[in-house]
Write a protein that binds this ligand. Structure first.
Ligand code: KG4
Ligand code: ZN
Length: 324
């Protein structure tokens, strides 16, 4: 089954053609970083307009790269939510229109489920597994029992991990997009210089507000010119990744499910991937999507449309939603 997926939930306009949920025939992503850079973050109204400007060209490129004509597509899919409503509407209307024009089904996809599905792309990973999903809007540990059966084991009670990365980056005067640049700076620093605290919370919770405040307290001790950004970044990155890996491992042990996967934009983080890799030595089987399938992309949408679509009697009646 060949599916064309569209992603437009935030600041990436993307289209991808994927065969049987795993084999990527094309993967086109148009990033809006340049546009939002000057605002220091994503401006929803501006993002929606950018999606409108680029969606047709992105879809055309996806056909060209795959060397496939619209007639060969079996279904059209898009992210329905959670995300920015004005942005989601662009992708949803494009996919529904294509489905009507070519008389093929429209499939709606949940953005979080799509991030989990990124693990199936170009891989042979199969459920069950434990998935640490960390993005700009969500932080969850999920028990993926089957392709369409998932149970949330733990979630954040305040900021999402990507959000913390972006806020800590701002505190350190690291420009947008903060997470990836902070990760680079962390690679240059001394992670033992600052001993940032780990939150004491229930086993099914994450909390990062204390960590954020601890970073702010350190930042305030220095003049802007003398801020040891690399060491702060490294110490912060060590603490947050340690917390994430420890809790994920705890649930894997508890459920006796020794396969662990990563998902979401923060799954691209170098320290998190390194710490995951280290679990292999302890007898766990681990998996992380390729970097380009961690941050928002449409291949994961097409994969999810195959493995875990939103179930509904009439998909053409699906409406976008902002929060889960
Ligand atoms: O999944 P994603 O592309 O969009 C959402 O669904 O939110 O995730 C974006 C988030 C941002 O907060 C970004 O700063 C973070 O992922 N991110 C990273 C890295 N690359 C992206 N955070 C830490 N290290 C990275 N290398
Ligand atoms: Zn995302």
């Amino acid at each position: 089954m060949i599916i064309l997926g569209i992603e437009s939930s935030c600041d990436e306009t993307a289209a991808s053609i994927v065969k049987d949920g795993r084999f990527v025939l094309s993967n086109v992503v148009s990033s809006q970083i340049k546009t939002h850079e000057k605002f220091g973050g994503v401006v929803p109204e501006v993002a929606a307009r950018e999606h409108l400007n680029s969606i047709n060209a992105v879809i055309q490129k996806a056909y060209l790269e795959a060397n496939i004509s619209p007639k060969e597509i079996d279904a059209f899919a898009s992210t329905v939510g959670p995300g920015l409503v004005g942005c989601l509407l662009v992708g949803l209307n494009a996919a529904k229109t294509l489905s009507i024009v070519h008389s093929k089904p429209y499939i709606g996809v949940n953005h979080l489920n799509a991030h989990v599905s990124a693990n199936f792309i170009n891989s042979d990973l199969k459920p069950p597994f434990i998935c640490l999903l960390v993005s700009g809007g969500h932080s969850q540990i999920i028990y993926v029992k089957d392709y369409d059966k998932q149970e949330i084991l733990a979630t954040t009670i305040d900021d999402a991990v990507g959000e913390v990365y972006d806020k800590v980056a701002r505190l350190c005067s690291i420009p947008y997009p903060g997470g990836i640049l902070l990760d680079k700076k962390a690679g240059l620093g001394d992670k033992t210089r600052f001993n940032f605290p780990e939150a004491k919370v229930k086993e099914n919770e994450f909390s990062f507000s204390g960590l954020k405040t601890a970073v702010l307290r350190e930042v305030k001790k220095f003049d802007k010119e003398n801020l040891p950004t690399d060491d702060i970044a490294a110490s912060f990155q060590y603490r947050i990744c340690d917390t994430l890996i420890k809790k994920t491992k705890y649930f894997a042990d508890n459920l006796n499910c020794k396969t662990i996967a990563l998902a979401g934009g923060v799954a691209a983080n170098s320290e998190l991937r390194k710490r995951l890799e280290e679990l292999k030595e302890k007898g766990y089987s681990t998996h992380a999507p390729e970097l380009k399938y961690c941050t928002d992309n449409a291949a994961m949408v097409a994969s999810c449309a195959f493995y875990n679509p939103i179930k509904t009697d009439d998909s053409l009646l699906l409406e976008v939603f902002s929060r889960d």
